[in-house]
Design a protein around this ligand. Structure first.
Ligand code: ADP
Ligand code: MG
Length: 697
């Protein structure tokens, strides 16, 4: 495929140096191959023609056949426009141009029949279309099954007249040249098994669908192919690692047994036990572990992390835990310190704000091997941080670290790679996990500790505030504590702070007898800490805060979470916040406050929260609403730059692609069989060219 498809796009008829520069810069299209793989994201159905009489306000676009009966220049200077009366058998409408007037004047002739497409606007009784697409009637644009591809384009391109039609035109040019050079990239057996169409058919029909069916078949084929090769690559990486990366063997359970017998604060849930077993099996296997631990908020990941640390320390090694924020690192440190001090195991915290002198001590204790557990932020990745023997790296990731950072931790050990355990608090939909973490083994804590009552979630409008306050008073009277959370969004930080302060004042007025804490991102760490401690010690009964508490605190006695402007939060974030309550034995509540006006998406988010406590269900919905690119922090991950597949919608195809890749590698791990040559070739080609791959590995 190389030669021809590597031709710079500049050399395609109709492109040239200027347009090619634009295509390079705006769309990353450099070669013929890039252009042919630039797929439409939707199609406009041009199969239907309306009469002018049928047009109504609801229609986003209409396609009409008719003739121009009059053209007229109106106004002058910047307000100059060309208006044409357009007529069919049922009535008249107006077509207007503010730009390209000269072109329209010359090109559009009375008495010629045109096809017009555009967005109708009503002016009085008449409809008008500004800057319509217009071309003379031909068999091509009026025949059946005409689907106009719509390509993702930038404003800059559109301002230079590179619109979907223009891209279409280039592709028509290109496909004439390319058609016979397109090679099949999947084995025939696979194509037959899933009743797919061939690569050539798929590429033609993705750009110029001959029917709805062929369009769907082309999409399916190209999505499958894309996902199949991603999965193949991830699974191959996993195989290579399992085969060739040895890990330290940790099979001494003495520390673990001591902890279980003497200090275990509560019986572990079956899910926690199962996960610890899976991890222990990895740690003694002699192979390097790469495992993802998923568990909903409150499922008890912390103690699992500690038990794993004990296993590695029992084997004479050290353990590091890296968290995405200082608050979270601090929280882990506080929690693990409790267990570590019982076991008399040295533990330390290292973040950006650790003092220099303390830092030096930590560095020394690490290198001498005295320090056994180090917790911190990405400060752990710094050059000076050297372990005597790092045996286990735990990464609490919340989607925030990229694969690149993950692998940096690996290199922290001079000898064998450390075992790696990635923990995520936000459950990730299967489809996303398979792609983001497709190279890892996965463990799931799918059960909450016993005795927890499911949190009751309620939606209230701002107008019910008095009623809500009354409810809070009753809860506080029974000894419970309450969180009231305000949104904080970076672009409007100042405004949000004001919002929070106003809220704090009105809460103070509504609860004159209560001590109230306040915590927000612009406070000094000491002040924040002080307030949180007051709340924890029950000296205050209400905590007013921004989302800093999303990851920050564990107060089992707090049983009510009020979220102000809940419509401004994403689903995963709402779920994380709700996870701050429901940690004790009492019935907990989450109250979502919103204004009356809710967008369709906000409504789905609120309804989902009210309906379910299941983190997986929530993240599935979140993925569907926002698409994978917008999910918490996944942006950095190049793994999601897909050309055509959509992880939110294509779960079934992904599943099939992954299973196919698994079977293939079981049958022919080196892709040596003749029938798999086509796959091997494609893997080699993508290794050389595709950006996606380099970002994943
Ligand atoms: P997360 O998975 O969100 O990190 P944590 O580890 O913070 O959850 O645990 C949430 C709370 O549940 C903590 O207060 C913890 O002590 C408690 N917990 C964890 N496991 C159990 C268990 N098996 N039984 C009772 N309480 C538990
Ligand atoms: Mg946690």
């Amino acid at each position: 495929m190389s030669g021809f498809f590597d031709t710079p796009v500049e050399f395609l008829k109709g492109v040239g140096p200027q347009r090619s520069a634009l295509l390079n810069k705006e769309l990353n299209i450099f070669t013929f191959g890039d252009l042919i793989q630039y797929y439409p994201f939707r199609y406009e159905d041009r199969t239907k023609f309306y009469t002018i009489q049928e047009i109504n306000d609801e229609m986003p676009h209409v396609q009409v056949k008719g003739m121009i009966i009059k053209k007229e220049l109106i106004g002058a200077g910047a307000r100059k426009r060309l208006a044409a009366i357009f007529k069919d058998a049922t009535g008249e409408m107006e077509l207007v141009w503010f730009q390209g007037i000269k072109w329209a004047q010359e090109k559009l002739q009375p008495g010629v029949e045109y096809v017009v497409f555009g967005r109708p606007n009503r002016f009085g009784k008449k409809f008008s279309i500004a800057h319509p697409e217009i071309e003379p009637v031909t068999t091509a644009n009026t025949s059946h099954g005409y689907l106009q591809p719509v390509y993702p384009l930038t404003e800059k391109l559109k301002s230079r007249y590179i619109d979907s039609k223009a891209i279409s035109k280039l592709l028509r040019e290109l496909l004439v040249l390319a058609k016979d050079k397109i090679r099949e990239t999947l084995p025939v057996s696979m194509i037959n098994q899933f009743r797919m169409i061939g690569k050539q058919q798929a590429l033609i029909n993705i750009h110029f669908p001959q029917s709805h069916d062929l369009m769907a078949a082309a999409q399916h084929r190209l999505k499958f192919e894309e996902l199949f090769y991603i999965q193949l690559r991830l699974l191959k990486m996993k195989l290579i690692r399992q085969d060739s990366f040895r890990g330290q063997v940790f099979n001494d359970a003495a520390l673990l047994t001591k902890f279980y017998n003497e200090f275990l604060p509560f019986p572990l849930t079956d899910a926690q036990k199962k996960v610890i077993k899976e991890i222990y099996a990895d740690l003694k296997s002699g192979k390097q572990m790469n495992r993802l631990l998923q568990g909903d908020v409150g499922s008890g990941k912390t103690i699992v992390a500690f038990v794993c640390a004990l296993i590695s320390i029992g084997g004479g090694a050290q353990c590091a835990l890296m968290a995405p924020t200082e608050i979270l690192a601090q929280q882990h440190f506080n929690n693990l310190s409790k267990y570590a001090s019982l076991m008399k195991i040295p533990i330390a915290l290292l973040t950006g704000s650790t003092k220099k002198s303390e830092r030096k001590q930590i560095h020394e204790a690490l290198q001498s091997g005295v320090l056994k557990i180090l917790i911190g932020t990405h400060a752990l990745l710094e050059e000076e941080v050297k372990f005597q023997n790092l045996g286990l790296a735990i990464i609490d990731e919340q989607h925030r670290f990229g694969v690149a950072q993950r692998s940096k931790l690996w290199n922290k050990n001079a000898g064998l790679y450390p075992h790696v355990l990635v923990m995520t608090a936000t459950p990730i939909p299967r489809t996303l996990a398979m792609t983001l973490y497709g190279d890892l083994d996965i463990s799931v804590i799918d059960q909450l500790p016993a005795g927890r009552k499911p949190i009751k979630t309620i939606h209230k409008y701002d107008s019910h505030r008095l009623q809500v306050n009354q409810f809070l008073k009753e809860q506080i009277a029974t000894g419970r504590q309450v969180y009231i959370v305000y949104p904080l969004i970076e672009e409007s930080e100042k405004l949000d702070l004001k919002h929070l302060m106003d809220g704090y004042e009105s809460i103070s007025r509504a609860f004159p007898d209560e001590a109230i804490s306040i915590v927000h991102g612009q406070m000094k760490p000491d002040a924040k800490d002080y307030e949180m401690k007051r709340f924890l010690k029950r000296e205050t009964s209400i905590m007013v805060a921004t989302t800093v508490i999303e990851v920050g605190v564990d107060v089992p006695n707090a049983s009510v979470m009020v979220i102000e402007n809940a419509e401004r939060f994403g689903l995963s974030q709402l779920h994380q916040l709700r996870g701050r309550v429901g940690r004790g034995a009492e019935q907990s509540f989450c109250i979502l406050m919103t204004s009356f006006k809710l967008s369709a998406d906000s409504k789905i988010r609120i309804d989902t929260m009210v309906r379910t406590n299941n983190g997986f269900e929530i993240s599935e919905t979140d993925l569907k609403l926002r698409g994978p690119g917008d999910l918490m922090g996944t942006q950095q991950s190049g793994a999601l730059d897909l050309m055509i597949a959509d992880l939110g919608k294509d779960g079934k195809i992904l599943q099939a692609a992954r299973e196919t890749a698994i079977r293939l590698l079981e049958d022919d791990p080196e892709l040596k069989k003749p029938e798999n040559t086509v796959i091997l070739n494609q893997v080699e080609r993508t290794k050389k060219s595709a950006v996606n791959w380099s970002k994943i590995s």
